[in-house]
Ligand binder design. Structure first.
Ligand SMILES: *Cc1c(COP(=O)(O)O)cnc(C)c1O
Length: 362
């Protein structure tokens, strides 16, 4: 399964999912939960407790927009793909105005363009960016953009769902006030939770926002102190998902984050070089813009995207199709979590070579 998420879960994660389900009010579960939040804090390299919300990462992204953005906010939404574009809809629901800075989906956002946008509109209070817009396979220069936004003083919301834990990216290094990620991509766990880092200044803004959801499934505030033992959970958390996340975090720490990032980067390099060597083209306009956690390749002439996907499936390899604007044009190969293995990239290249040299399906 060389998909771009969900990805094959690590064996430790699968084993953890089979453990007995504890009662959420059991003091043992409450202290266990606090310990998992602490492991997540360490992985994120932040100073305060992150929030775990009970739904796949889109919940965290939508909840973050609803909590942080209020009707006085002017939002600069940076768009280089489907997810960035989609965020603008939520920003528009909660904010006063959304300014879109978009590039073609095979390009990346230029930090200088962000600087100019902020200069021409000093009233921008929130900036949002998808770090690796997965359907584009491109990686935005988040560190540089974060520095520009910090200089301006705006709040920064980052979708780091398909980059965190696959490369060296952490909320404080990029000045992210809200940094949303998922266990089901590079951490190699399952798609049932949103993981959110929130700065103290963002919490203050959220608490002062009368529009921020309260008493709602979308409420970030409701989960703020959920990791403090003795506090009731707003709703019953999925116990199994917490076990799975715990196992994934343990694995990440045991292998060593640096080793994990290197494994992702090496796999991506082998995939890219191999595909280029077969005469295929990559979707990002420049090699330097390719993400280290997914490879987007242009579907060659003479075969459709679904047909090519199915031919790979005949070889036992499943990759993802394009999505939105990239649908029909590309295939996407994930290098995330357990699938970030050089051997898998080599297997893909071998299969692809066979398919391209024998284009007619037997
Ligand atoms: C996977 C992913 C998400 C989570 O959204 P789903 O489409 O529900 O999987 C959010 N943002 C990015 C960039 C992702 O890759």
């Amino acid at each position: 399964m060389l998909t771009t998420g969900p990805v094959p879960a690590y064996p430790e994660v699968l084993a953890a999912l089979g453990k007995p389900v504890l009662y959420d009010y059991h003091p043992a579960f409450q202290s266990y939960y606090a310990a998992v939040v602490e492991k997540l804090r360490q992985a994120l390299q932040i100073d305060n407790a992150p929030v775990i919300m009970q739904g796949e990462a889109i919940l965290g992204i939508e909840a973050g927009a609803a909590a942080l953005i209020n009707k006085e906010d002017v939002v600069l939404n940076l768009v280089s793909g489907v997810y960035g574009k989609g965020f603008g809809n939520w920003a528009g629901l909660y904010g006063k105005e959304v300014i879109e800075l978009a590039v073609p989906y095979d390009e990346i956002i230029d930090p200088q363009a962000v600087r100019e946008a902020l200069r021409s509109r000093p009233d921008i209070t929130v900036v949002s960016l998808c770090h690796h817009d997965t359907p584009s396979g491109t990686l935005n220069p988040l560190h540089e953009i974060g520095a520009v936004v910090a200089e301006h003083g705006a709040y920064l919301i980052v979708d780091a769902v398909s980059s965190f834990a696959g490369m060296d990216v952490h909320p404080l290094d990029v000045h992210a006030d809200l940094f949303i990620t998922s266990p089901s991509k590079c951490l190699g766990s399952t798609p049932g939770l949103s993981l959110i880092a929130v700065t103290e200044r963002a919490w203050a803004k959220i608490e002062a926002n009368p529009q921020a959801p309260r008493g709602s499934f979308l409420s970030l505030l409701a989960w703020k102190d959920a990791s403090e033992p003795g506090r009731p959970f707003p709703v019953t958390p999925s116990i199994a998902e917490i076990y799975a996340l715990d196992a994934a975090l343990d694995r990440y720490a045991r292998e060593g984050p640096r080793n994990v990032w290197t494994r992702h980067a090496q796999t991506a390099t082998i995939a890219r070089e191999g595909l280029l060597g077969l005469g295929l083209s990559l979707w990002p306009k420049q090699l330097a813009w390719c993400a280290p956690t997914a490879t987007a390749l242009i579907v060659p002439e003479g075969i459709g995207d679904v047909a090519l996907r199915d031919r790979l499936l005949d070889h036992g390899i499943l990759v993802s199709l394009g999505r939105g604007e990239t649908a029909g044009k590309i295939l996407r190969v994930g290098h995330m979590g357990a699938s970030a293995e050089p051997a898998f990239a080599r297997t893909l290249i071998t299969a692809m070579r066979g398919i391209l040299s024998n284009p007619v399906h037997p």
